[in-house]
Design a protein around this ligand. Structure first.
Ligand code: NAG
Ligand code: NAG
Ligand code: NAG
Ligand code: NAG
Ligand code: NAG
Ligand code: NAG
Ligand code: NAG
Ligand code: NAG
Length: 390
């Protein structure tokens, strides 16, 4: 019995040990931020942020730009000395691709971009949370005047004024793997970045208005063309949410995913997020879009891609019967973008411990029970054996 108890303890210890080893060996990158790299003066059309995330022998370049529709571009190179060069005169005149380059070009392994093109609004008269065909005129995000990028510790925030409120995008870049501080607490690696979109104080055009967002994923040879929804058995980090959506490329013949956009299907109607304010979100199927249209919308796409392969989708928020945007006048939604396989949510040491105890305790009880039964039997046989003599 003592041996069994010990082995239960040992397996728990081993599991916790492996969980902590995973953490200790996490891959990390050296991250540096540079606003408008090499620009002679603050560019009039909007800001360009270059975040360089250097690994041992590779570099991830994140470019976040507010010239036109907000765009996040990711370029992965297989050397640690690759650079970003911008021809500012060309970049500002905005009519030639090639004004932004990652050099040497031969080191580029993967490129992908996410463009936030439109904010749409509809009057949900029947409270079904289903997008109706008659929408209010959309807010074209390329036409919004974006405030200068606000940089803080590993973050950059971009805000634009919409209908007496604001639409903000907060980019976070990471040195190593970890998890966001607030819900949905997405699990990231050093190979991904996160964008939190929030819609604060916007005056709706109807009492029953709901909003949705249009996103475009741009890629070179491997555009993100399908969304996979995976289920999880653990909602520890995002209470009540057991799903994760991954927008990936179809052409992954070698089974490894080249790049991804990942989110949990949840938005929050208040800040900071709480469980009562969680609201589900839905995505439409990715549709092929015109490369020219996305180039026209985004200055960064125009500057970097010659023939952008693009797929777009809409993400809508809310549930039939649920309160409308006007109720809290706030909505936030988070999304990860990175290269390589999407991060997989792991069990936390706490959950592993609970599973270990959960599986270990019945074992011990069973064995204990077995031993007790044996002892009883032995005692009772000895008493019955005693009786005839008496
Ligand atoms: C890159 O570095 C990793 C370890 O840091 C090593 O395993 C890998 O072989 C290196 N790759 C190249 C192409 O040098
Ligand atoms: C675009 O570039 C071409 C040459 O590359 C130039 O002739 C033309 O004037 C430019 N157009 C604008 C609007 O800057
Ligand atoms: C980087 O990738 C390119 C293209 O895949 C390849 O030709 C080159 O040898 C690679 N360089 C290193 C240092 O791995
Ligand atoms: C709302 O419901 C009414 C009655 O069922 C229906 O006639 C109308 O078409 C619906 N409107 C929308 C936008 O679905
Ligand atoms: C919205 O903004 C406009 C102009 O900025 C202002 O006149 C109006 O009073 C504002 N509305 C509300 C409800 O704050
Ligand atoms: C991140 O990318 C580096 C370089 O390609 C790779 O060695 C590492 O395993 C990746 N980490 C994760 C968590 O995917
Ligand atoms: C939003 O709700 C407030 C009350 O909460 C109401 O006074 C106002 O008219 C509503 N605005 C719209 C546009 O529905
Ligand atoms: C998003 O929804 C709007 C309105 O239904 C539609 O016009 C647009 O094509 C959709 N965008 C994508 C990328 O599916």
């Amino acid at each position: 019995m003592a041996a069994e108890r010990r082995s239960g303890g040992v397996s728990l210890f081993v599991l916790l040990y492996f969980a902590s080893i995973g953490r200790a060996e996490a891959f990390s990158r050296k991250v540096t931020f540079m606003l408008n790299p090499g620009a002679p003066a603050p560019p009039p059309g909007g800001d360009l942020l270059h975040v360089r995330a250097e690994g041992h022998n590779d570099t991830l370049h994140f470019l976040f730009c507010s010239v036109g529709a907000p765009t996040l571009l990711l370029v992965h190179t297989n050397i640690s000395s690759s650079t970003v060069s911008v021809n500012w005169t060309q970049f500002e005149t905005q009519n030639s691709s090639g004004s932004l380059k990652v050099e040497p070009e031969s080191s580029i392994l993967y490129t992908g971009a996410l463009v936030f093109t439109r904010l749409l609004e509809y009057d949900d008269v029947n409270n079904t949370a289903k997008v109706t065909p008659d929408l209010f005129p959309p807010y074209e995000l390329q036409d919004i005047s974006w405030s200068p990028l606000n940089l803080s510790d590993m973050k950059a925030q971009l805000c634009g004024a919409i209908a007496n409120g604001s639409l903000c995008l907060q980019l976070s870049v990471f040195e190593s793997e970890g998890r966001g501080q607030v819900w949905p607490r997405l699990f990231h690696s050093a190979n991904s970045s996160q964008v939190e979109v929030s819609l604060d104080g916007v005056l709706p055009r109807a009492v029953q208005s709901r909003f949705f967002l249009e996103l475009q994923a741009v890629g070179g040879n491997y555009p993100l063309s399908k969304v996979e929804v995976h289920r999880s058995i653990d909602d520890e980090f995002t209470p009540s949410i057991f799903k994760v959506a991954q927008w990936v490329s179809l052409e992954n013949r070698s089974s490894d995913v080249l790049g991804f956009v990942q989110w949990k299907p949840v938005a929050y109607r208040r800040s900071p997020p709480t469980l009562e304010d969680a609201t589900p979100c839905h995505h439409s199927d990715p549709q092929r879009q015109s490369g020219e249209a996305v180039s026209a919308a985004s200055g960064l796409i125009r500057a970097f891609y010659v023939q952008p392969e693009t797929f777009g989708l809409n993400v809508s928020f809310g549930l039939a019967g649920e309160q409308f945007y006007n109720n809290t006048k706030f909505l936030s939604w988070s999304v990860l973008m990175g290269f390589g396989p999407p991060p997989v949510d792991t069990f936390s040491p706490l959950v592993i411990a609970i599973i270990a105890v959960g599986l270990g305790t019945p074992m011990i009880l069973l064995l204990l029970g077995g031993v007790c039964v044996c002892v009883r039997k032995r005692v009772s046989t000895s008493t019955t054996a005693y009786e005839p003599i008496n």
